[in-house]
Design a protein around this ligand. Structure first.
Ligand SMILES: *Cc1c(COP(=O)(O)O)cnc(C)c1O
Length: 431
């Protein structure tokens, strides 16, 4: 990151508009230019050779390097407090590249049983058949740590689980992980790039994100990011994939220093897999970040008001929102989150046909598969996002047939309440 983009001690709101980006030295463009190019001209043959040998750093080819994408990644690293970040084609690509960097056949990964359906699919359709031993447990420090063994290369949780709203006690979990030498990886998509939750400050080794959600914030592209905390001691040998030497006799730690994980994510996710984020999407991500705290604060405030209102409605059996006093994670959420409890409220209408009728009746709320949009959006996880999980796994993740997941946007809360009220009436009428 250039030195003068935002002072290292600048506060969050300043970093979200400045970090990683400086006025373009050639044109003076203040907004980050979109570098729509596949390749970059070398100074001379020696320069090209040095770049390809890894003796010098610089732009080679846009599968691996792009200044717009690099600015986006650098801004995320600054917001999360990491040493380096890699932007990828989607949140799913970010998760896959991270697990590919950490795990090898024979390794164990311990994962929360309350995760995004795509994360579960990544394990069950790829990593497990590849030979990774997957252990799942509720996102509680003791339950997860009980599954650690000598071969464990990662502990994976979500900062706010999708859609149960469970918030793991990250400081306590990080302590268990440190005692066992296991890197803690947090999917911080719902923690909004560090505005609501800062897993690295709580002791996580790395953070992954779907930038599709609150980072982009406008439902206009798909992207992902991995942020390396730079503090995990890979040389302890717990994670062979990151400490053993390659064919040239150099381990990732030797090659990439503190950013060993980010270096391997870059190499595996971009160079070998080609899961590269387009610079156009990176630009949208940068522009989204510039209003992140304002959008997230508004959405969280609306979510709390509407969660309380929903809890008082006779048609609603249960509301899952960590901001409500009766949510099992409420006390932990007060310690681990800041500014709010997230922008997603899930509510249970007891039966699938009522949940479907509610979704069909929405006028303002859009029925679609996304969260973190400026527009309020909703979906029925049981029959969509979580349908690849077994029925028992869905229930363990807090997904029930009557559950509606609602991600609050920036509309006037009174208009949203009115839309919810008429949709709940329609759902009750469907019974
Ligand atoms: C959406 C989501 C993902 C996957 O991200 P994509 O950008 O859709 O690939 C991963 N984790 C969580 C928590 C998500 O909400």
């Amino acid at each position: 990151m250039p030195e003068h983009d935002a002072p290292g001690d600048a506060r969050f709101a300043t970093r979200q508009v400045h970090a990683g980006s400086v006025p373009d030295p050639v044109s003076g463009s203040r907004a980050q230019p979109i570098h729509a190019t596949s390749s970059f001209v070398f100074d001379d043959a020696e320069h090209a050779a040095a770049l390809f040998a890894g003796e010098r750093s610089g732009n080679q080819y846009a599968r691996m390097h792009n200044p717009t994408t690099a600015a986006f990644a650098a801004r995320l690293a600054a917001l999360e407090g990491g040493v380096a970040a890699v932007a990828l084609a989607s949140g799913q690509a970010a998760s896959a590249a991270t697990l590919l960097a950490l795990a090898r056949p024979g390794a164990r990964v311990v994962c929360s049983n309350q995760v995004f359906g795509g994360t579960d699919a990544l394990f069950r359709r790829w990593l497990v058949p590849w030979g990774v031993d997957l252990m799942t447990a509720p996102p509680e420090p003791d339950a997860l740590a009980a599954a650690f063994d000598e071969r464990t290369v990662a502990c994976w949780v979500e900062s706010i689980a999708n859609p149960s709203g469970s918030v793991p006690d990250l400081p306590a979990l990080a302590e268990r992980c440190a005692a066992a030498g296991v890197p803690l990886v947090v999917d911080n998509t719902w923690g909004c790039a560090g505005y609501l939750c800062r897993p690295l400050a709580h002791g996580a080794a790395a953070v992954v994100h779907s930038a599709t959600k609150w980072i982009g914030g406008h439902g206009s592209f798909v992207g992902g990011v991995v942020v390396d905390g730079g503090s995990f001691d890979w040389s302890a040998g717990r994670v062979p994939a990151l400490c053993q030497p390659d064919a040239q006799g150099r381990s990732p730690q030797v090659r990439f220093g503190a950013a060993a994980l980010a270096g391997r994510v870059h190499e595996l996710g971009l160079f070998t897999l080609g899961a590269t984020l387009s610079p156009f999407a990176a630009f949208l991500g940068l522009q989204g970040l510039e209003t992140l705290d304002l959008r997230v604060q508004r959405s969280c405030d609306t979510a709390l008001v509407l969660a309380r209102w929903l809890a008082a409605q006779p048609q609603v059996e249960r509301v899952a929102y960590p901001g409500l006093e009766d949510h099992p994670s409420h006390a932990v959420a007060r310690r681990v989150l800041q500014h709010g409890f997230g922008a997603v409220v899930a509510f249970d209408l007891a039966e699938q046909r009522r949940a479907h009728a509610c979704l069909d009746a929405f006028r303002l709320v859009s029925h679609l598969a996304n969260i973190g949009d400026v527009r309020s959006v909703a979906i029925h996880p049981w029959t969509t996002t979580h349908r690849s999980l077994s029925e028992a796994a869905r229930r363990a993740a807090g997904v029930t047939p009557g559950l509606v997941r609602l991600s609050l946007g920036l509309e006037d809360p009174d208009d949203l309440r009115e839309d919810l009220a008429q949709a709940l009436r329609a759902a009750a009428g469907s019974a």
